[in-house]
Design a protein around this ligand. Structure first.
Ligand SMILES: [Cu+2]
Length: 154
């Protein structure tokens, strides 16, 4: 798992135009590259993605999220049901001890309902994540036109 990170850093040094990786720590929880895809101006909703790593010896869980840029933020996941992909709200997302949970398109995401303004490529907005044990942590979500390159390596 180390190699892709070195490659990513090398890529950043080589090209300042690439979106910058950014990461956060809250207790034993490490939060990697929060991002959101730029949506058309008329889109009422958006989604935020990141990767959670639990470096501790006990499980934690994400219980909710909040942001000033939307009326409401919910934890969602995509599920297959009757041959269709649907998304549904989940109350919590477990982060197992020593494990990681990916929030990514077609999987877990933080759904942002009722955007108060268009989120534009290159901007960042604050998102607060609430964990059972690690507490609250505010991260900056990077708005991008495309999924970060690191997402494709998994
Ligand atoms: Cu959703």
């Amino acid at each position: 798992m180390k190699l892709p990170k070195f490659l990513l850093i090398a890529g950043l040094l080589a090209s300042p135009l690439l979106a910058q990786a950014h990461e956060y720590d809250a207790g034993k929880i490490h939060i990697d590259h929060p991002w959101s895809r730029e949506m058309p101006p008329s889109a009422p909703n958006a989604a935020a993605y990141f990767v959670l790593h639990n470096k501790g010896n006990s499980a934690d869980r994400l219980t909710s999220a909040s942001t000033p840029v939307a009326e409401k933020a919910e934890l969602h996941q995509h599920i297959h049901q009757d041959g269709l992909m649907k998304m549904q709200q989940v109350q919590t997302v477990d982060v197992p001890a020593g494990g990681e949970v990916q929030f990514a398109p077609m999987g877990y995401h933080v759904m942002l309902f009722g955007l108060k303004q268009q989120l534009k490529d290159g901007e960042r907005f604050p998102l607060t994540l609430h964990f059972d044990k690690a507490g609250d942590v505010q991260v900056e979500v990077a708005v991008q036109k495309d999924a970060p390159a690191a997402e494709h390596q998994h």
